[in-house]
Design a protein around this ligand. Structure first.
Ligand code: ZN
Length: 519
């Protein structure tokens, strides 16, 4: 069955124009495969005429099978005053051997006169010739009408003539582009209606987010007659980015209940969003609508209390529908309910009436005041709750440590000594490391492994340092967040101190302790 809204992904082309985004050919292939298995309808792989990396991408992509998506090569209309069959950039589009070719051309009289510097008729001929030539080579042709809305506002008659030139030459789609991203939803809707009323081919929409309306404008156009939406995962793109497909896709499916990507893909939306960020080496934006880690995070005590009673009271959808989850933030705003939910998540049998609850709450507030943060440090939080509930000795103590560092020419070496106490016995070990924290980590493990063989399985996966009050310079407080795994589960632990080594040791000790006690 044909979907009601087709998803055209341009993360690999328009998205790669974004600041800080630089995909290798291997990155592009991995993202293309992921998008294909997710079920988008078109993947724009790049512009072979603009760089050799994109030519290489299409050479590699030819050898692969895409199950759901059609691959598109992107380019422009032929150069002015040049026969289309002699245009190198157009030749490269055909050599990319993709089923779909997308070309852009000028709608705006301003751009024809001032940027292209050719006659209005030559521009129409450039559009018509190129579309016709690509159709003659058996391509499915998508025509992107650049500056379509601004051009229409400037000279409606000429704008219409450019779209009709593409249609007459056989274009399968005319895609209306808000290239500068400055239009409003009502303008987008009105002009889309006019285009749909004057063209027989299908209409698509391509928007940018310059005034924060990329998604809203795409939806306005889809409501007014467009059936294809172009955008990028996580809204990557030049300036403030393109229309964000990780917002458009769930709006179409869950708010409009229209068909687009396969329904079974929606719960994988967050995973897709995180995957693309990881490949791009971008930090996942917690405030991304639908898929951000904060999208269903509750902080205010009253909200948490209500969510506990009825999830829908402060949530617009069930987070799992897009693969997200409800998070209860532990913060100084927290009421009892937050702690209870979080403690239950961590496996503690605790209710609103547990007598130790007040002590736990006070301890968290006190620690937060010192600079601790428990949102990503579930391991440290679990230990804090556990210590309040059960009056047990921790499995080990660190009684003393010593770290030394020296540099000899280009070589530097770090040595750490740690003294631990386990059940009344003391053990001292020495280890070397690449740096002081690595040395401490090695020495701590070497000391503990004879008592707790499980220590061997615990691995550090990430180490992050944040200076809390930078105005104090080197005297500032340091917060260290460590992520660890035992191969089955990940956890985070936190340490805070004026001294970075001490802060690191605090997080390290929590990491090992939590790894030992967790079920
Ligand atoms: Zn664009």
């Amino acid at each position: 069955m044909k979907p009601q809204v087709e998803i055209y992904d341009t993360t690999l082309r328009d998205g790669s124009q974004g600041e800080g985004i630089n995909f290798s050919v291997a990155d592009k292939l991995r993202i293309a495969e992921k998008l294909d298995s997710f079920g988008v309808h078109y993947i724009e792989g790049g512009w072979p005429g603009s760089n050799p990396k994109d030519i290489e991408f299409f050479a590699q992509a030819k050898k692969r099978k895409f199950k759901n998506a059609k691959l598109a090569a992107f380019g422009s209309t032929r150069k002015k005053n040049t026969p289309v069959e002699q245009d190198d950039q157009v030749r490269l589009l055909i050599e990319a051997e993709t089923p779909v070719v997308t070309i852009y051309g000028k709608t705006s009289m301003l751009h024809v006169k001032e940027v292209l510097r050719c006659t209005p008729d030559e521009n129409l001929a450039m559009i018509g010739d190129t579309v016709r030539y690509l159709k003659g080579h058996g391509k499915f042709v998508i025509y992107d009408a650049e500056h379509c809305f601004d051009g229409y506002k400037l000279n409606a008659e000429y704008a219409l003539a450019t779209w009709q030139a593409a249609e007459k030459a056989g274009a399968d789609f005319v895609v209306l582009c808000d290239t500068n991203g400055g239009c409003l939803p009502n303008e987008i809707a009105a002009i889309t209606k006019i285009a749909a009323g004057n063209l027989n081919c299908k209409i698509g929409i391509h928007t940018h987010d310059d005034i924060g309306l990329g998604v809203a404008n795409a939806l306005a156009s889809l409501e007014a007659g467009a059936v294809q939406v172009q955008g990028t995962i996580n809204g990557y793109g030049e300036r403030t980015g393109n229309c964000n497909l990780t917002s458009v896709i769930p709006c179409v499916a869950l708010k409009w209940k229209k068909t687009s990507v396969p329904a079974k893909s929606l719960p994988k939306l967050k995973e897709l969003s995180q995957f693309v960020d990881e490949i791009a080496n971008m930090r996942h934006n917690p405030r991304l609508p639908w898929v951000g880690s904060a999208a269903f995070a509750h902080k205010g005590g009253a909200h948490v209390n209500a969510v506990q009673k009825l999830a829908s009271s402060y949530e617009h959808i069930e987070p799992a529908m897009v693969g997200n989850e409800r998070i209860v933030l532990i913060s100084d705003l927290a009421g009892r309910s937050n702690i209870v939910i979080k403690a239950q998540e961590l496996g503690f049998k605790i209710t609103n009436d547990t007598p130790e609850l007040k002590a736990i709450l006070n301890r968290i507030k006190e620690r937060e005041h010192q600079g601790y943060e428990f949102e990503a440090a579930d391991g440290s939080l679990a230990l804090l709750i556990r210590r309040a509930l059960r009056h047990e000795e921790p499995p080990f103590h660190v009684d003393a440590y010593h770290v030394s560092m020296r540099r000899d020419g280009k070589q530097n070496a770090c040595k750490a000594t740690v003294t631990v106490r386990v059940a009344g016995q003391k053990a001292e070990t020495v280890a070397e490391g690449d740096g002081p924290v690595n040395g401490l980590d090695s020495a701590l493990r070497a000391a503990l492994v004879r008592y707790f063989p499980k220590v061997k399985n615990i691995m550090l996966t990430d180490y992050k340092v944040r200076i809390l009050d930078s105005s104090l310079g080197t005297g500032a407080k340091t917060r260290v967040l460590i992520e660890s795994t035992d191969g089955r589960k990940e956890w985070g632990t936190v340490g805070v101190h004026d001294n970075i080594i001490e802060a690191s040791l605090g997080a390290l000790v929590d990491s090992v302790e939590y790894g030992l006690i967790r079920k």
